[in-house]
Design a binder for this molecule. Structure first.
Ligand code: IPM
Ligand code: MN
Length: 350
C-alpha cells in the first residue's frame, strides 16, 4: 500500500488533482495496488485566512507519506513570491528534491506549434537541478529605495549538488535506453565559474562511469532555438535550476501546452512530489474546463517512481488513447469538460 499526501492547492489545482486521483483509483484496482490518499489544505486561500503558509510541523507530518501529489499554488490576492517560496520551493528544498524531471513528449494527435514535427520528433526529458542555482535566495538588497540601491542574487552551484544531478541524468539516459545521449545545457561562454564546474563534472563523471552514454553540450540560448528547429536531436538534457525552469516552459508548448506537461520533484532516497507544471489558471477556476491530463500524467510518473512501472505505462497508454479524441489541449477548447476527460482516461485504464 502506498500512502499519498494530496495537496490540491489553489485555482484549478483541486479540479485536476480530483481527476488524477480518479484515474489512479481506477488503475490501482486493475493492478491490485492499494493507494491511500490523505488531503492537505495548503493554499493561498488558507494563507489569507490564517497567515500560515507551510509550517515545519506540517512538513514533518508530510514526511510520513510515501509521496506527495501536488496540484498548483498561487493566489491573485497574495504578492508574488510568498506562496512560491513559502510552499513550492520550501517543499523542494526542505525535502531535498534535487531533481526536477520534466518529460517533453508529443502524444498522438496533439497539436504542436512546430510545423512538420510529429510525435517521433518530440520525445526527450529535461533533468533540471532543483535545489540550487539562482533559486537558493542567496543575496540581498543594499541601500534599498535609495539612488545607490544594489541588488545581488547569486547562483549557488556546489560540487555535491551538481554531481548528484548529473549522476541522476546519466543513470536516466542509460535506463531510458533510447539514443543513450546526455546533453548538458549551460552557458560556459559567459557563466565561466558556474558552468565550468558543471562542464568539468559532466565530463569527468561521464568519462569514468558512463562511457556508454554520448556526451553533448549546448548553450542555453542556442537550446531555445534547437528545441524548435530540431527537437529530435535530444534524448536526455541536464541543466541548472533557472535554465531548466525556462526551457521546460518552451518544452511544454512544443508538446501541446501546459495542459499536458507533467513533472516530478524527486529525492531518489526520500520524499518526492509530482505535479502538473502549469499554474493555477485563475481564468478557468471552478469551471470544469481545465485540461487534467498534465495532472493525470504526473500521477503516472508518481507510480513509476514508486516502482509500479506497469501501472505507469498503462496510465500513459490511456492518455494516448484519449488525446486523439480531444479537439485541443487548451482549457475550454477540449471538446470535453475536465471531468469528462478524467472519465475517459479512467475508462481507458480499465
Ligand atoms: C515551475 C514554476 C516554479 C519555478 C515557480 C512557481 C516558483 O515556474 O515549477 O517551473 O520557478 O520553479
Ligand atoms: Mn516554471
Amino acid at each position: 500500500m502506498y500512502k499519498i499526501a494530496v495537496i490540491p492547492g489553489d485555482g484549478t489545482g483541486p479540479e485536476v488533482v480530483r481527476e488524477g486521483c480518479k484515474v489512479l483509483e481506477a488503475s490501482s484496482k486493475k493492478h491490485n495496488v492499494k493507494l491511500q490518499f490523505t488531503k492537505f489544505d495548503i493554499s493561498g486561500e488558507k494563507y489569507l485566512k490564517t497567515g500560515e503558509v507551510l509550517s515545519d510541523s506540517l512538513i514533518n507530518e508530510l514526511r510520513q507519506f510515501d509521496v506527495i501529489y501536488f496540484g498548483a499554488i498561487g493566489h491573485p490576492g497574495v504578492k508574488p513570491g510568498i506562496l512560491e517560496r513559502g510552499v513550492l520551493l520550501k517543499l523542494r528544498f526542505e525535502l531535498d528534491q534535487y531533481i526536477n524531471l520534466r518529460p517533453v513528449k508529443l502524444y498522438p494527435n496533439v497539436y504542436t506549434p512546430i510545423k512538420g514535427k510529429n510525435p517521433e520528433d518530440i520525445d526527450f526529458v529535461v533533468v533540471r537541478e532543483n535545489t540550487e542555482g539562482l533559486y537558493t535566495g542567496t543575496g540581498g538588497i543594499f541601500k534599498k529605495d535609495t539612488p545607490d540601491e544594489v541588488a545581488i542574487q547569486t547562483s549557488v552551484n556546489t560540487r555535491k549538488g551538481v554531481e548528484r544531478c548529473l549522476r541522476f541524468a546519466y543513470e536516466y539516459a542509460r535506463k531510458r535506453n533510447k539514443m543513450k545521449k546526455l546533453t548538458l545545457c549551460g552557458k560556459t561562454n559567459v557563466l565561466t565559474y558556474a558552468f565550468d564546474l558543471w562542464e568539468r563534472a559532466f565530463n569527468e563523471i561521464g568519462e569514468k562511469d558512463y562511457p556508454d552514454i554520448k556526451r553533448d553540450y549546448v548553450h542555453v540560448d542556442a537550446m531555445t532555438l534547437y528545441m524548435i528547429e530540431c527537437p529530435e536531436k535530444y534524448d536526455v538534457v541536464v541543466t541548472d535550476n533557472m535554465f531548466g525552469d525556462i526551457i521546460t516552459d518552451l518544452g511544454a508548448v512544443i508538446q501541446g501546452g501546459l495542459g499536458i506537461a507533467a513533472g516530478g520533484n524527486i529525492n531518489p532516497a526520500g520524499l518526492s512530489m509530482f505535479e502538473p507544471i502549469g499554474g493555477t489558471a485563475p481564468l478557468f477556476t471552478g469551471k470544469n474546463q481545465i485540461n487534467p491530463l498534465a495532472a493525470i500524467g504526473a500521477g503516472g510518473m508518481m507510480m513509476d517512481f514508486l516502482g509500479e512501472a506497469e501501472m505507469a505505462k498503462s496510465i500513459e497508454n490511456a492518455i494516448m488513447k484519449v488525446t486523439p479524441k480531444m479537439k485541443s489541449m487548451r482549457a475550454a477548447e477540449m471538446g470535453f469538460s475536465t471531468s469528462e476527460v478524467g472519465d475517459m482516461v479512467a475508462e481507458a485504464v480499465k
